[in-house]
Ligand binder design. Structure first.
Ligand SMILES: NC(=O)C[C@H](N)C(=O)O
Length: 324
């Protein structure tokens, strides 16, 4: 039996449809928790933190969530934390929390694809399962998890890849690490987790890291403009295994010599970055000073780079990104 805190942050799981037909985050954590059975004698404590649809979250909100997790885990009576969250950007919040998580107890994010006032609402089932995952002794030491539609994902590498399906998530390089079958939780793998990074501070809120996606005919004007604005970090979601194009590679060279950290990722959902090609490809991008980010989709690479740049000077942030 465990005591689980449920931090409510909004999302579809808490959304109600207004008279204009559009859903807006509305329900409190109390309302969400009141609608589920914790089971197995677990006790559940709702804490209302934010009421935001996740496309409206900013870095300050993510730090608020990270601080709330830290505060709850400072309590000895808490066995685990569940966070109800919009599904659109769960992967960003989950990876930030995981990057700084230094506790054995699980932190489990969940949400819903269908709002509670619509047919087929899935939030109650997902929240009940997330509480089971957070309370399970087998979940200890696995870091931050995403529990959704009966599957459990490690925070690192999880990505929303379907807009509407009941299971929108996939893992970048593997499958879910666990499953709930008829209420029984089974793990098949343990995530590899590097040492925790320092927690976000107020500097994190203002740390600009922008993302640019490559495509045929992509011109580097936007990258040049970000450098001109003094943006400290840019993530490039290249094509294929991390390819740019010739003009972009020249812009990367200029960006890096101006002090901008350029992280190289890919717009492709699965598979690693590989420096296979010259003539504007990934090999040229790395020679021009871009740093390949391994094991994280570009959405999560951005969170890692923002956290590093909020703590370390650019050269050290780039070196740490390289070693990650
Ligand atoms: N299913 C959801 O939760 C999506 C919603 N747009 C959100 O991220 O808040």
């Amino acid at each position: 039996m465990a005591h689980i805190v449920v931090l409510g942050t909004g999302g579809t799981i808490s959304s109600r449809t207004g008279t204009d037909g559009a859903a807006v985050a509305s329900d409190s954590a109390e309302v969400l928790v009141g609608a589920v059975e914790a089971g197995r004698g677990h006790t559940v404590e709702p804490v209302d933190l934010l009421r935001v649809n996740s496309f409206n979250l900013d870095l300050a909100d993510l730090r608020t969530i990270a601080d709330a997790v830290r505060d709850q885990l400072a309590r000895k009576d808490v066995g685990g934390v569940v966070i109800t969250h919009g599904t659109d950007t769960i992967e960003e919040t989950a990876v930030l929390l995981d990057l700084v998580h230094d506790d054995d107890r699980p932190v489990v994010l969940t949400g819903a694809q269908i709002a509670p006032d619509q047919d087929g609402a899935d939030g109650g089932r997902n929240l009940g399962q997330a509480i089971t995952v957070a309370a399970a002794p087998e979940s200890r030491g696995l870091g931050v998890l995403v529990s959704f539609a009966g599957e459990v994902f490690a925070a690192r590498g999880v990505r929303k890849l379907h807009t509407l399906r009941p299971q929108p998530y996939v893992a970048q390089d593997a499958g879910p690490i666990g499953r709930l079958v008829q209420g029984e939780l089974r793990y098949a793998a343990r995530p590899v987790r590097p040492a925790p990074l320092p927690r976000p501070t107020a500097r994190f809120d203002q740390t600009r890291v922008e993302t640019l996606v490559l495509y045929p005919g992509a011109r580097p004007d936007l990258l040049n403009e970000l450098v001109r604005q003094g943006v400290p970090g840019v993530v490039l979601a290249g094509t294929g295994a991390g390819n740019l194009n010739r003009p972009y590679v020249e812009a990367v060279r200029a960006a890096v010599s101006a002090g901008t950290v350029v992280a190289l990722s890919t717009r492709v959902p699965h598979g690693p970055i590989a420096p296979l090609y010259g003539c504007g490809g990934g090999a040229d991008a790395l020679r021009a000073g871009a740093v390949a980010v391994r094991g994280l989709p570009y959405t999560q690479a951005r969170m890692l780079l923002a956290l590093l740049l909020s703590h370390f000077p650019p050269a050290e942030a780039a070196a740490r990104l390289q070693r990650f």
